[in-house]
Write a protein of this length. Sequence first.
Length: 240
Amino acid sequence: MKTPAEGQFELHRPNFLSLALPKETALARIWDEIHEQHAEADRLNAKYGVRFHIFKGIESDILADGSLDYPDDVMNQFDFVVASVHSRFRIDPREQTERILRAVAHPRTTILGHMTGRQLLRRPGYEIDIQKVLKACAKHGVAVEINANPWRLDLDWHWHGRALELGCMMSINPVAHSTAEIALTHWGVEMARKGGVPKERVLNCLELPAFTDFLNRRRRRGMRSKPRTRQTPARRSRER
Ligand SMILES: [Zn+2]
């Protein structure tokens, strides 16, 4: 008999490399679930071997000072971390930029999520120096998310060409809160095409060895820079 996870991966196996966790629940409450999911991922990876590999990912809030809300020992248990702003949208643009630059430089950050925070027809994003942030992403080997949710489509396609020129890798993420929402990925693909992004520059279009290599390179760069440790309990933001 198949477990629910096996059923899901049969449906989506050809396209998806990652299993990311819901972000709006307090870490303490989902900790058992995380361990269960990780054990299940390990079991499936062992069972299916070279046919596919499940990577463990999590989205971490960028706090007011640019640090991440999960302690390093939590983030170390994941293969990748998406760092995103979910609060304090209206601070000074320079301060907002600095905050994000600090998060991009964080050794555990793998992907910068929805860089400007905009939601189409709902709210403008926060103001930042996008060019500066893109440069930092390229420098630290942090991928830039093309958020595929049709309310976001963030980073906007107008910036994709500049991101590529500066050396950024992009990542098309559906931010699915259900298996059905994985289908939203196509909006991100269409935006990436409009922005002129070739598949070689999309993290989750890479073949398994190249994808693993990207994560390892990021880890090695992270280890060379000084890790910031947070011992305080993880805090969750209400704003998504
Ligand atoms: Zn988010």
